[in-house]
Write a protein that binds this ligand. Structure first.
Ligand code: ATP
Ligand code: MG
Length: 656
C-alpha cells in the first residue's frame, strides 16, 4: 500500500514492477524529440515554449510569452493573433498538401468517407459561412451534441474559424446533462444529428436534444445533420437541416485572426468526483501545446503515419488528439463512428489492418475489454503496420500494459502512458518514445517544458520511493484559463490547497519510484482509509486484475464500524464466471493479500457483469460506494450507459 499522506516508504505492489523496455533503436534514431529537449527546456522554459509556438502560423507575433502577473489567471503569447482553424486546415493546403487525406472516416454500418485537407477546407468554409448567416458573432457559444461524424469535426473547426466558443457534449449524455451545459454556457445554437448508430442500431438523438431544448430559451437555432434517417420532431423556424444550411454556401471564407487568449472552447469534466465543471480553454497556448505534444509523444511523421485516436469528441482527448493536435500537424487519421464490438469483437483490429494504422491511442478500459474478449481477436488481423501505442484516461494496470504491448503491439511498439486532464488541455506526463525506457503502469516523466512534482501535505517534494499528491509547479501553455462563469470555484478547486507555493493541485495521488519516475495512484477522493492505513484503489484494482480470472475490477472504501472503511471490490470475471463463486472470491481475496498485504484484503468481493463508466471509460466509484453503503444512487447523468446501474443492482440482488 502507499501512504498518500506523507513521505514514507511505499510498500505496494506497483513498486515491485521490475519490467522495463528501452526504446527500439530505430525509433530512437529517428525520433522527433530527443533527450536534449529536457535540458533545453530546463535551461529556458519560456524560450522552449516560444520555439514550440513557432510550429503555428501567427498573424501577429506575441510580445510576451507568459503573463503570470494575475496568477492563477494566465495569459500565454500575449499580443499574438492567429486563427486556429486556418492553422489546422488552410495552411496545409497552401503548403501543397491539399490532396493528403485528413480523415479516413469509417461509419459503424461500414460506410466510409475520405476527406482530404482540400475537402476539409471547403467544408469548414461552407460551415463558417452557414453559421455566420445565422447572425452568430465571435464570442457566442455553440453547443454540439453529435456522434463521431465528419460534420462534428467540421462544426468545431467552423466555430474556431469564427471565434465562436464550442461546448461539445458527449452523444450518450441525457437531456438533463445537455440542458445544464447549454444553460451554464448560455449557448445560442445547438448542432446535433437526427440519430446515431450504436451497437448496430440506429437510435434517436434529436428526440433527446428536443427534450433538453424545450427548457433552454437561449437556443435560437438547432442545426441537424441527417445521419440515420430516423424520424424526429421539428420546430419550424428554429430547426434547420445541416445540408440545407451549408451545401449552398460558398466554399471560400477569409479567416480572421483572433487574440491568442480568445476563448476556443468550454468542456465539462466528466463528473467522477462531483458536479461537472465548465473548463475554459483559449487559442494560442492551447494549440501550441496540443500540436507540440502530438508531435513529441506520438513521434508523428505526417507523410507516412496513419494515426488513430479512439476517443469520442465529447471528451477532451477527442478535442486535443483528434481535432486540434493532429490537424495542426497535418496528420492523416482514422475516425471511427461506432462501438468496438460492432459487428464483431475484432472491429478495431480490422480497421487497423484496413487503413494501415501506425499509431493507436486508446484508454485502459478498452484494453481490459480486449483482454476479456481474448487474444484471438488481435491475432486474426494483420497489425504489423502499428509502430506506437498510447494510453490515456486512468492509471493503466501493469498487466493491461504488458498485454497491450504483447498482443496488439507485437512486442515491438513503444507504449506511451499519457497523464493529463481536461484542465491541462494537453499531455503533461508521458514517456518520450525515442528516449524513455518505459515501465508498465507508469506515466513516468513530465514532458520537456512541464514542471510536475509529488508533494506531501505541506507542499514539500517527497523523496524517491514515497507517495503524496501530484502538483504542477509552473504554468503551462494549454492550461485551463478558468471555470466558465465561476472564477472563485477555479481558485478554490485547483489553487487554494497549495496557495502558498502557487502550485496547481491536480487532485490525483501519485508516488515516485526509486528512479524518481511518477506513478499515478488515482483520485485523492478515491483513497481508502482502512484501520488508519491509506490505501489507493488503483493498487488493489491492479492486484485483482493481475489474477488470470479477472478482467476488470473497481474498488471502493465503504464505511465500516470497526475499520473506518472496508474495501469492497466489484469484479468482472474474464471469460465465464466461476461455477463455485464462493471459492473464487476466497481465491481473489487471498491473491490481493499476497500481492499487497493482509490489510488490503477486500472485506467483500461482488461479481458483476458491468461497471458504471463515464464517456472516457473512467469508473464512477462514487456510485459503487452508494451501492456498497446501501444508499440511494447519486447523480448518474454523466454515465456513458444509463442502464448499467440497473444491471448491477439486479445482478447483485440475484446473488443474495
Ligand atoms: P471530474 O474532474 O469531473 O471528476 P475527470 O477528472 O474524470 O472529471 P478528465 O479530465 O477526463 O475528467 O480526467 C482526468 C483524470 O483522469 C486525471 O486527473 C487522472 O485521475 C485520470 N488520468 C488520465 N490519464 C491518466 C493516466 N495516464 N494515468 C493515470 N491517471 C490518468
Ligand atoms: Mg478531474
Amino acid at each position: 500500500m502507499t501512504e498518500l499522506s506523507g513521505p514514507r516508504p511505499a510498500l505496494d505492489n506497483l513498486s515491485t514492477e521490475t519490467r522495463a523496455f528501452p526504446p527500439p533503436e530505430a525509433v530512437a534514431a529517428a525520433a522527433n524529440v530527443r533527450a536534449d529537449a529536457y535540458e533545453r527546456a530546463a535551461a529556458d522554459r519560456l524560450g522552449y515554449w516560444a520555439e514550440q509556438a513557432r510550429r503555428l502560423a501567427w498573424d501577429t507575433e506575441w510580445d510576451q510569452v507568459l503573463d503570470w502577473s494575475d496568477a492563477p489567471f494566465a495569459k500565454w503569447f500575449v499580443g499574438g493573433r492567429l486563427n486556429v482553424a486556418y492553422n489546422c486546415v488552410d495552411r496545409h493546403v497552401e503548403a501543397g498538401l491539399g490532396e493528403r487525406v485528413a480523415l479516413h472516416w469509417e461509419g459503424e454500418p461500414g460506410d466510409t468517407r475520405t476527406v482530404t485537407y482540400a475537402d476539409l477546407q471547403r467544408l469548414v468554409c461552407q460551415a463558417a459561412n452557414g453559421l455566420s448567416s445565422l447572425g452568430l458573432k465571435a464570442g457566442d457559444r455553440v453547443a454540439i451534441q453529435m456522434p463521431m461524424l465528419v460534420e462534428a469535426i467540421v462544426a468545431m473547426l467552423a466555430c474556431a474559424r469564427l471565434g465562436l466558443v464550442h461546448s461539445v457534449v458527449f452523444g450518450g449524455f441525457s437531456p438533463a446533462a445537455l440542458r445544464s451545459r447549454i444553460e451554464d454556457a448560455q449557448a445560442r445554437v445547438l448542432i446535433t444529428s437526427d440519430g446515431q448508430y450504436r451497437r448496430g442500431e440506429a437510435v434517436a438523438m434529436k428526440d433527446n436534444t428536443d427534450e433538453a431544448t424545450a427548457h433552454t430559451p437561449t437556443i435560437e437555432r438547432v442545426i441537424v445533420v441527417k445521419r440515420t434517417g430516423t424520424d424526429c420532431g421539428w420546430t419550424e423556424g428554429r430547426d434547420i437541416w445541416w445540408h440545407d444550411l451549408m451545401d449552398g454556401q460558398s466554399t471560400e471564407h477569409t479567416p480572421e485572426a483572433f487574440d491568442s487568449e480568445h476563448p476556443l472552447f468550454i468542456l465539462y469534466t466528466s463528473g467522477t468526483t462531483g458536479k461537472p465543471k465548465g473548463i475554459l480553454h483559449t487559442s494560442g497556448g492551447y494549440l501550441t501545446q496540443v500540436a507540440y505534444t502530438h508531435h513529441a509523444v506520438f513521434d508523428l511523421k505526417p507523410d507516412t503515419d496513419v494515426y488513430w485516436c479512439t476517443a469520442d469528441i465529447g471528451w477532451v482527448t477527442g478535442h486535443s488528439y483528434i481535432v486540434y493536435g493532429p490537424l495542426a500537424n497535418a496528420a492523416t487519421q482514422v475516425v471511427y463512428e461506432g462501438t468496438p464490438n460492432t459487428p464483431h469483437q475484432g472491429r478495431h483490429f480490422e480497421i487497423i489492418a484496413k487503413y494501415g494504422v501506425t499509431i493507436y491511442y486508446t484508454a485502459p478500459t478498452l484494453i481490459r475489454t480486449f483482454m476479456k474478449w481474448g487474444t484471438d481477436n488481435p491475432a486474426a488481423h494483420d497489425l504489423s503496420s502499428l509502430r506506437l501505442l498510447g494510453s490515456v484516461g486512468e492509471p493503466i494496470n501493469p498487466e493491461a500494459w504488458v498485454w497491450y504491448r504483447t498482443h496488439i503491439g507485437g512486442e515491438r511498439c513503444p507504449v506511451v502512458d499519457t497523464w493529463w486532464q481536461t484542465e491541462t488541455g494537453a499531455i503533461m506526463i508521458s514517456p518520450l518514445p525515442g528516449v524513455t525506457r518505459t515501465k508498465p503502469g507508469s506515466a513516468q516523466v513530465p514532458l520537456p517544458g512541464i514542471s510536475a512534482q509529488v508533494v506531501d501535505d505541506a507542499g514539500v517534494e517527497v523523496p524517491h520511493g514515497s507517495g503524496g499528491y501530484l502538483v504542477l509547479t509552473e504554468p503551462w501553455p494549454g492550461m485551463l484559463r478558468g471555470i466558465w462563469g465561476d472564477p472563485e470555484r477555479f481558485k478554490d478547486t485547483y489553487w487554494s490547497r497549495y496557495a502558498e507555493q502557487g502550485y496547481y493541485f491536480a487532485g490525483d495521488g501519485a508516488k515516485y519510484d526509486n528512479d524518481g519516475h511518477i506513478w499515478l495512484l488515482g483520485r485523492v477522493d478515491d483513497v481508502m482509509n482502512v484501520s488508519g492505513h491509506r490505501i489507493s484503489t488503483t493498487e488493489v484494482e491492479s492486484a485483482l486484475v493481475s489474477h488470470p480470472t479477472v478482467a476488470e475490477a473497481a474498488v471502493v472504501g465503504a464505511s465500516d464500524p470497526t475499520t473506518g472503511q472496508g474495501i469492497v471490490a466489484f469484479v468482472i470475471p474474464r471469460g465465464k464466471a466461476a461455477a463455485d463463486r464462493d471459492s473464487h472470491i476466497t481465491t481473489l481475496r487471498n491473491h490481493v493479500a499476497q500481492e499487497i498485504g493482509a490489510i488490503a484484503k477486500p472485506r467483500q468481493i461482488l461479481i458483476v457483469e458491468e461497471l458504471p463508466k463515464t464517456r472516457s471509460g473512467k469508473i464512477m466509484r462514487r456510485l459503487l460506494r452508494d451501492i456498497a453503503e446501501n444508499r440511494e444512487l447519486g447523480d448518474t447523468t454523466t454515465l456513458a450507459d444509463q442502464t448499467v446501474m440497473n444491471l448491477i443492482t439486479e445482478g447483485l440482488s440475484n446473488q443474495k
